[in-house]
Design a protein around this ligand. Structure first.
Ligand code: GLC
Length: 709
């Protein structure tokens, strides 16, 4: 009999339910804190898993108490939200997505895992894979943006990064693909609201990132708080067991979200905790995070015959298997110990490179950037705000470890005059300091505005109905632009979402999306602003001109009445363009890239064939740059309507000044399969457009038509 089977045979019901229970400690607060008797619960074996505790000493001490005081000496599992770094904070995931570089996505997860494991952590609740097209939703900050293909690439990279060479490696973390699924489709962008999606969008948009995570071997998956068309994910047997375990072969652990099992009562599908616990266990959830539902509800559910001991044993078996895979039985203190100064320094350098790669240059009129020599006025509430640079889910990252824009610029330009004024708070009605701040323009040659959101204005429970500049920042912008009198004004946006700032975008000479760049924010911004590094980030989300355009994304299906400004009866607004302010994939550099000679062979392909796609790039600018090239397809006539553009691949290419290079893609014809009207995969003969270029702006794409037979 295996160790796990022997343990299960020896465990009392209380001890079994303890292994299915995760309770919070106090290193962080990530949900409503219920008074849970953590220490006594661990000693009695009623709590077998802990969230929100880090620090090798504290973790080892709690582990020692569990191993020495409990009857069966089963090791605790420690989980934490290491979303974009642990102590060294990388850009928020939406900012990292702007890199369009799976190699770097994996690298930052690898480093985060090393740092978190050194703090004694075993499991991270990441990657968050929620595709969304709604910037009102604060959790857009935590995810891969609007496109399912990008989300799949992110899933693979992050699972490999966190889990490294395997869970037994004490420098790895068990990863957790979340939030399964379609959480990014919440009604009106309001967090935790119901979702209403089609079976098609479920299959084509929201499931693929989790398919990729399972294929990459993700150790755990977290169901979303939300429902899908009336079935809460915490009770969704069809998607949790039949699909994940039955169809995809997922063998890992399903961990509920924080208190989500108990919230089945609020959803209205459970009358009490016992019913809620039974629904979740029967649906396939193994571990109850912070609802105390399994511990308190399953004994009642057993008595009522709602669940069986076999159901409970199956879940316990999966949890104990995860602990065994992590090496916790044989080496419970394996994770946790000091790292070398060299490792820490290398990690900071990597955070700086990744942060500068995440920065998106949205506009650069009059070559406002890179900065010319001369006196700088640095104005705005995000200019000297190191803590805000961390963004949401900043784990163990502390403000004092972050480099502000002011500090970064002063370090990079030690001999240049840089005068600073905050001007306004991030989000208050105080306008009293605006005039004094605007006055800095008088003795400046260039003005840099640092605007946007506080770290706590995006992430969980941070939906915004007016996702523009908060507080009195627009008044500050007006005053500065009025005072600047034609001097170059560069606006840098710090945010967890694409902000709706059409006026600012029109009036500033340069506009930069910095997202939340993390610990090395100021140095990364300085690298880009001074031209030490050329901007290469591309926006992973479409930027709305107006909230009224939301949801806005490039992969919409066609209308029967496509927009035509000459025809009243077509799909458009009376008061706004249909097009985004900046399309998916948009991002300028300090170069001038020419695309030419798109070549696609063969002209006719069968399902087993592959298209060879290539395009010539020429850097006509004076600086070395890295270009991101997207490959889209368009299936204009099919048995169901197909998206106006579908992203099938992307690549980056570095080019020296004057250099030309051919970029090659291999596109399997099978990648053009889709789900027919009965949701069955089909390969249909017909005409396909292959489109290659710098963004989802169709006008900027080179197009070649090929045929499927
Ligand atoms: C939160 C979040 C989830 C997180 C968990 C633990 O409510 O929804 O993303 O991993 O609780 O902190």
């Amino acid at each position: 009999m295996s160790r796990i089977d022997s343990l299960i045979a020896a465990m009392t019901l209380t001890e079994k339910l303890g292994q299915l229970t995760m309770a919070t400690a106090d290193s962080a607060i990530t949900g409503a804190v219920m008074t849970l008797d953590l220490e006594s619960g661990i000693a009695s074996g009623e709590i077998g898993n802990v969230i929100n505790l880090f620090g090798a000493e504290r973790v080892h001490a709690m582990q020692r108490r569990a191993l020495e005081n409990t009857r069966l000496r089963i090791p605790l599992l420690f989980g934490f939200d290491v979303i974009h770094g642990h102590r060294t904070i990388f850009p928020i995931p939406l900012g990292e997505a702007a890199l369009f570089d799976p190699r770097l996505w994996e690298a930052s997860a690898r480093e985060a895992a090393r740092e978190a494991a050194a703090d004694g952590i075993h499991l991270t609740f990441a990657p968050m894979l929620d595709v969304t097209r709604d910037p009102r939703w604060g959790r857009i900050a935590e995810g891969p943006g609007e496109d399912a293909f990008v989300a799949q690439m992110m899933a693979r990279a992050k699972v490999n990064g966190f889990q490294g060479t395997g869970l037994a490696d004490t420098a790895s973390l068990a990863a957790c693909a979340k939030h399964y699924c379609a959480y990014g489709a919440v009604t009106a962008g309001r967090d935790y609201a119901p979702t209403e999606i089609s079976v098609r969008s479920l299959s084509e948009v929201y499931l693929p990132p989790f398919q990729a995570a399972v294929a990459a071997g993700v150790a755990t998956i977290m169901p979303a708080f939300t429902d899908i068309a009336g079935v809460p994910m915490s009770a969704h047997r069809a998607l949790l067991t039949d699909y994940l375990r039955g169809q995809l072969g997922f063998k890992g652990v399903l961990i509920s979200d924080y208190n989500a099992i108990a919230e089945l009562i609020n959803h209205g599908v459970a009358a009490d905790l016992a019913e809620a616990a039974a629904l979740s266990l029967k649906a396939g959830i193994d571990m109850d995070m912070m609802a105390n539902a399994y511990r308190a509800g399953l004994p009642v559910a057993l008595d009522r015959g709602l669940v069986t001991m076999a159901d409970i044993d199956a879940a316990v078996g999966r949890v104990l298997t995860l602990k065994e895979q992590l090496g916790l039985f044989d080496n419970p203190y394996g994770r946790g110990g000091p790292e070398s100064a060299t490792s820490l320094a290398a990690r900071r350098q990597q955070a700086r490179e990744i942060a500068s790669g995440s920065i998106v240059l949205l506009k650069n009129d009059k070559d406002a950037l890179p900065l010319a020599d001369g006196r700088l006025a640095l104005i705005g509430p995000l200019a000297d705000a190191p803590g805000e640079m961390r963004g949401c889910w900043s784990a163990a990252g502390i403000a004092a470890d972050c480099v502000s824009v002011l500090a970064g610029l002063r370090f990079a330009l030690p001999h240049q005059s840089i005068r600073y004024a905050e001007g306004v708070d991030i989000d208050s009605a105080d306008e009293s300091r605006i005039a004094a701040a605007a006055a800095l323009c008088d003795d400046a040659d260039t003005i840099v505005l640092c605007l946007g959101e506080a770290a706590n204005m995006s992430g969980e429970a941070c939906s915004r109905a007016h996702p523009g500049l908060p507080g009195k920042q627009n008044a500050l912008v007006d005053a500065v632009l009025a005072r600047a009198k034609g001097k170059k004004v560069i606006a840098i946006l710090f945010s967890g979402r694409p902000l709706v700032v059409p006026q600012l975008a029109a009036r500033a000479d340069a506009l930069v999306a910095a997202w939340a760049p993390g610990s090395e924010a100021g140095n990364a911004l300085a690298d880009i602003l001074t031209g030490h590094a050329a901007p290469s980030g591309r926006t992973p989300v479409s930027w709305p001109r107006a909230v009224g355009q939301i949801p806005i994304y490039f992969g919409e299906r066609p209308s029967g009445r496509p927009a035509n400004p000459e025809d009243h009866y077509t799909s458009k607004y009376l008061d706004e363009d249909n097009a985004p302010l900046f399309p998916f994939g948009h991002g300028l550099s300090y170069g001038d890239i020419a695309y030419s000679s798109l070549a696609v062979t063969p002209a006719l392909a069968r399902e087993g064939d592959s298209f060879a796609v290539s395009v010539m790039l020429t850097n006509r600018g004076p600086r070395a740059i890295t270009e991101t090239v997207f490959l889209f397809v368009r299936d204009k006539v099919a048995s169901v309507t197909r998206p106006l553009l579908e992203l099938k691949d992307f690549q980056r290419k570095a080019l020296q000044p004057g250099e030309s290079g051919r970029l090659r893609f291999a596109l399997p014809a099978s990648a053009l399969k889709f789900l027919d009207a009965n949701m069955r995969p089909v390969f249909e003969p017909g005409e396909i457009e292959i489109l290659v270029g710098p963004s989802a702006d169709r006008a900027r794409l080179l197009v070649q038509t090929v045929y499927l037979a």
